[in-house]
Write a protein that binds this ligand. Structure first.
Ligand code: NAI
Ligand code: HPV
Length: 326
């Protein structure tokens, strides 16, 4: 029977979908050596943690690495392709969960939820209420979306239709322009936005995109929401800006080092909201991601290509490696 290694347990419905066609094994640990050892006799690996390149050298049976979710940065593509392993992801199905998290984070920052909750509990009702006069509304503000893919479009839709925000965006192709979205360059976007939302993939082009210069261009009360990947932001530059109160605050769901060490400077700011890489995870999206990953695995086991080989990032890699194949 085919063996599927998954880095994390899947939604029960996804596990049930695979029962009968495969033996599903949850990795016993996520360090590179354990993952590489346990992938050795696997046909497919389902991925929610970064895979080491070495995994692909020893896994001679491996046919596909399937990302449970959108971000392909967890799979070392070149190593996978060099070993002839297919790569797929399950795009878009967690976009709504991420977009709702973005609106929650923006509202929590504008309503200063962290300090209100803290002071109300520690010092009482009036201390909590004291913050209210400097709370702000979303309506009429400009939200700048970096990466107008599945997540970015879901954010734009809710922002424009649900909260009367003006929506501007920057994206790789700068097309098509959805209704109510104006395209700007990244520099113009950071200058004009009250809320800047990062929802692009981590690529060589986006690494360090939010650097010292771009933070310096932001409005003094701008809010930065990062649901993409940690290294898209230059941490030293952001910490410096927060210390100097150069921007209004930040909501960070993803970090260059995960788990974020408990003594990290980000924990020291009362205008920073920290969540443990969970923007895309809800009960609903876990089921959709699990079923999507299981569906791709069943296609591969039936000797068919995964559906999401058509994802632009995957296609880019295939084009470079197998120019004649697509
Ligand atoms: N925090 C979380 O739980 C989650 C995080 N993500 C992150 O968000 C990313 C995007 O997810 P989706 O929207 O589903 O992917 P997607 O592939 O649908 O969209 C990505 C968008 O980013 C744009 N982009 C690429 N390079 C760019 C650049 N240099 N500058 C500006 N835009 C650029 C692309 O043109 C595309 O429109 C994922 O790759 C992942 O890193 C996604 C889901 C959950
Ligand atoms: O879709 C993504 O890229 C995410 O970051 C969330 O997915 P996961 O928690 O890995 O299933």
């Amino acid at each position: 029977m085919a063996r599927i290694l998954t880095t994390h347990p899947l939604h029960p419905r996804a596990s049930a979908m695979l029962a009968g066609a495969s033996e599903l094994v949850v990795a016993s640990a996520l360090d590179p050596a354990t993952l590489a050892a346990e992938a050795k006799n696997a046909d497919i690996v389902i991925v929610r943690a970064p895979l080491p390149s070495q995994l692909f050298e020893g896994a001679t049976k491996l046919r596909a690495a399937i990302r449970h979710g959108a971000g392909l940065d967890m799979i070392p593509m070149e190593a996978a392709f060099a070993a002839g392993v297919l790569v797929a992801n399950v795009p878009a199905v967690n976009a709504r969960s991420v977009a709702e998290h973005v609106m929650f984070a923006a509202l929590a920052l504008l309503r200063r939820f962290r300090v209100v909750d803290r002071d109300l509990r520690a010092k009482g009702w009036l201390a909590g209420r004291e913050h209210a006069n400097s709370n702000r509304e979303l309506a009429g503000k400009t939200i700048g979306i970096v990466g107008l893919g599945a997540v970015g479009q879901a954010v734009g839709h809710i922002a424009a239709h649900g909260f009367d925000l003006k929506v501007v965006a920057t994206t790789r192709s700068m097309q098509p322009a959805p209704e109510k979205v104006g395209f700007l360059s990244i520099d113009a976007l950071v200058e004009q936005s009250d809320i800047i939302v990062l929802c692009c993939p981590l690529t060589p082009e986006t690494r360090g995109l939010i650097n010292r210069e771009r933070i310096a261009r932001m409005k003094p009360d701008a809010l930065l929401v990062n649901v993409s990947r940690g290294p898209v932001v230059d941490d030293d530059a952001l910490i410096d800006a927060l210390q100097k109160r150069r921007i209004g605050g930040a909501a960070l769901d993803v970090f260059s080092t995960q788990p974020l060490p408990p003594d990290h400077p980000y924990f020291g700011f009362d205008n920073v909201i920290i969540t443990p890489h969970m923007a895309g995870i809800t009960e609903e999206s876990m089921m959709r991601m699990g079923l999507g990953a299981a569906g791709e695995a069943l296609l591969v086991l039936a000797n068919k290509l995964p559906v999401n080989l058509r994802n632009p990032e995957v296609v880019d890699h295939y084009r470079r490696r197998f120019p004649a194949s697509l």
